[in-house]
Each structure stands twice: as C-alpha cells, then as structure tokens.
Write a protein that binds this ligand. Sequence first.
Ligand code: TRP
Length: 439
Amino acid sequence: MKENGKWSSGFGFIMASAGSAIGLGNLWKFPYVASANGGGVFLLVYVIFALAIGVPVLLAELAIGRYGGKNAVDSCKAIHPAWGFAGGFGIICSVLILSFYSVVGGWVMKFFSKCITEGLPSPEYFGEYSSRTAEPILWQTAFAVICGLIVVMGISAGIEKASKILLPALLIFLAGVMIYTLTLPGAEEGVKFFLVPKALGEIPLSKVILSAMGQMFFSLSLGMGTLITYGSYLPKSSRLVPSAYTIVIIDTLIAVTAGLVMIPAVFSFGMDLKAGPGMIFSTLPAVFARIKGGRILGAIMFLLIFIAAVTSAISLIEAVASFLIYRLKISRKAAVAVTLGMVILLGVPASLSFGVLSDVSIWGMNIFDFIAFAADNVIMPLGAIFICILVGRIWGMKNAAEEISNGGRLKFKGRKLLGAILNYAAPAVILIVTVGAFR
Ligand code: TRP
C-alpha cells in the first residue's frame, strides 16, 4: 500500500475539515430549515446541540482516526478487530450522500453559468431545468469529476491546498455579501426573526428540536467516517480538543452568516420563507432580481455555494477512496475512478427523479429524497451511535483520554463529561432524532 501522506500544517487540516463540514448543509439547507422552524428558537437549540453533542462526537472521530492512522473501517478495527463495521456505515453513507450532492452541485454550476452568460434565472426556471434529462446529468458529472481530480492530487497537494485557498475565500466573500444584504431596506425584520427567540405559534417545539439535531449532525458531517479519515492524516503531536472546537465554531458561524444573507433578503421583499429546498434556486434569484447589482450578487452567491459543495465532496470522495486504496491495493487514481463510477451510477437516477423518473416512488419518496433519507436519517445516525459506543465503551474513556491528551502531555480535564456524553447523552439524542424522522 502506498502511504496516503499527512497534512502539511495544522492550519491546512483545520481548513480541510471545516471545508468538509461547511457545505450545502450550511448554505442551502440551514436557512430554509431555520426559517421553517421558528427562526430564533431554532438557532438557540442548534447552538446548544452543536456545543454539547457536536464537539464531543467530532472529538471522538478525530481520536479514532489519529489513533488508527488508516481509513474509517481500519481505524475502527485498530481499536477493536470486530468493530470495523462502525466505520463501514460512513463509507456507504459517503457514496449515497455524494450521489445526491453531485446533483445539487451540478444545479449550482448551471445557475452560476446562467448568471454569467444570460442573467438571473426566473423563479420558475428551477422547476423547468431540474426536470430536464441530459443537461443536469452533464453538469452533475462535471461536478463529480472536478472534485475527483482534486482528490487524485493527494492529501497535502490536492485536498489541503484547495481548501486553504477556497475556504478563506468563501468566508471573506460571504461576509461581504452579508453586509450588503443586511443594509437592504426592511432587512431588520428578518434579522429579528432569525436571531431573537420568540413564541413559536403553531410550530411544535418537538419539531424544532428534532430538526435542529438532524441539521447539526448533517452540517458537522458526524458519524460518517470523514473525520476519522481526516484525523488519520494528523501528526501525533496535534491538539485534538481545540481542533474540534474550531471546526464546530467555524461551521456554525457560516451557517448563521448564510441565514443572515438569505433570511433578511427574503423578508425585505416580503417573499415566502417557506420555499423549502427551492429557496436558493427560486426565491433568492427573485430577490436578487430586485436589487441593484443583483446579477453579480447572484453569480457570487452561486460561486460560493459551489466552493462549499466542492470542499465537502472532496472529503466524501477521500473517505471512500482511502478505504479502496488500502483494501484493494489500487492506486489513488483508480480508487477515485471507482468511487466516481458508483456515485454517477446512483446519481443519475437521483437526477432523473425530478423529470422522467418522477413517477418512481419508494416509500412515498422520489429516488433523490429516498437516497437522502436513507443516508441522513438511517445510516448516518446508526454510524454515529456505533462510534459513540466504540469510543465510550469498547475503547473506554481511559484509553480515549490517553489519545486525546497526547499520552498525558496535554491537559485534558473533560474525560468524565466526555464519557457521559458519548455513553448516554449522544446515543439517546441520536436515537430520538432517528425515530422522530420516521413518524
Ligand atoms: N456537512 C456537509 C454539509 O454541511 C454535508 C455532509 C454530511 C458531509 N456528511 C458529510 C460532507 C460527510 C462531507 C462528509 O453540507
């Protein structure tokens, strides 16, 4: 087996991991999920869960990866030979997520190019475009291939280098766009709705809590083996606790910023906040159409969403490819090719489910929604529960703390608390979200 390589710097690792976490979940899902769930209350619940559950589970994954030093399955096996399956959930889930991620990534590329060449798309355009047969598949394939090429270049020369440029660019531009949209007349109402928790009206609190937890797991890429894989490229001297906090904080800040870009803009023109998944593809272009410089703003927004999607997709490809490289003893290039092959095979029906295959329904969902449901609501939570059990009970908190404190060289006072969260709180919470999703 060829050595996969290591991160060349702590900064590079943080940018790559934050880049993995920051994706369509932050820019596409978070604003509409928050809007549909009461705004301020949702945000409050979200932040509490991110700190109380997100940080510990993320820390557990990084610790497994750095300890095992291999892909998700074999790192879990290094802890206990019978527990490779805990990482296996992540590998399967990565392929599933990639297949619908590349569909959305393709839409984003198309919308960007349309803003540049023709102008802002009309609100109806999204429905019409996504139901076409050939063109979305071409863009989807282009998206997958671009991400694959970055992964082929390797850990430090490909993934790390791309993330070190793309993520800071995303942060800076998004902050710029936020300042612009916050100064729109009438934006204030939207800011209040999003930042101030107030009575929920007819939305049940249980629904808000369920959606916040689900969103948190998706946004932080938890239970997926990605962070195990990225953790395996860390030098033994790295500091895991500050890394976990930093990744969660950056991810949450970007989600909040995305909310502050989109929600006030939508409010300011009195448009429908409940647009759901179509928010960035129909409502947002309609909002931009009424703003001076809206076309440029639209192009920038779609470019940023594209960047966020790329840095996430490369981490998903890496999680699968590193497993294939190790197990099948094939080259990085071949592993990426096999991964993309699976992704396209599944992704094409997912894309067509908005058009010619829209009548195909699995448990009342179209193919796209079914794949997303299976990944987000079944496989990802199961993987996360097993990772909690693996670290909390099988490995045990004594060994885990040994790894987290770099063999006692760093202070680590949170061992008891971390144990309580991994053994009880996190599995309970995840179970509730999962069961809740089926009701
Ligand atoms: N966190 C990503 C986002 O916010 C989505 C995601 C979920 C993901 N699981 C992942 C990305 C695993 C990379 C790896 O869009």
